[in-house]
Design a binder for this molecule. Structure first.
Ligand SMILES: [Mg+2]
Length: 120
């Protein structure tokens, strides 16, 4: 299964990729912002997206909206990994098309559990 990990922090991308490796998922494409992520989506084959919210150039919320605007990308699970945790923000993200949400900092096990439940 091909994952797209989008975060402007390379450290955070590494943490997420390590969690994916622990659940046996090693096929990962990385992007540093939403614009780059759209480019990677265009290359095809992405089946699961993990995205940050706050990023330069194109943030995670706009990226999610762009993904959901494409009919062939509507069913791809999107897990948002962010520090934006107030209720209104969570609601906004869900409205934009996020499938699930995890707040930074998180435990590796929590991320693992979220990913596994979305894969079911
Ligand atoms: Mg960020």
């Amino acid at each position: 299964m091909k994952f797209l990990v989008v975060d402007d922090s390379s450290t955070m991308r590494r943490i997420i990729i390590n969690a994916l490796t622990k659940i046996g998922q090693s096929e990962v494409v990385e992007a540093g912002n939403g614009r780059e992520a759209i480019e990677k989506m265009g290359e095809g084959g992405i089946e699961f997206i993990l995205t940050d919210w706050n990023m330069p150039e194109m943030n995670g919320l706009d990226f999610v909206k762009a993904v959901r605007a494409n009919p062939s990308w509507q069913k791809i699970p999107i897990l948002m990994v962010t520090t934006n945790a107030v209720q209104e923000e969570v609601v906004e993200a869900v409205k934009a098309g996020v499938t699930d949400y995890i707040v930074k900092p998180f435990q590796a096990d929590t991320l693992k559990a979220k990913i596994e439940s979305l894969l079911k």
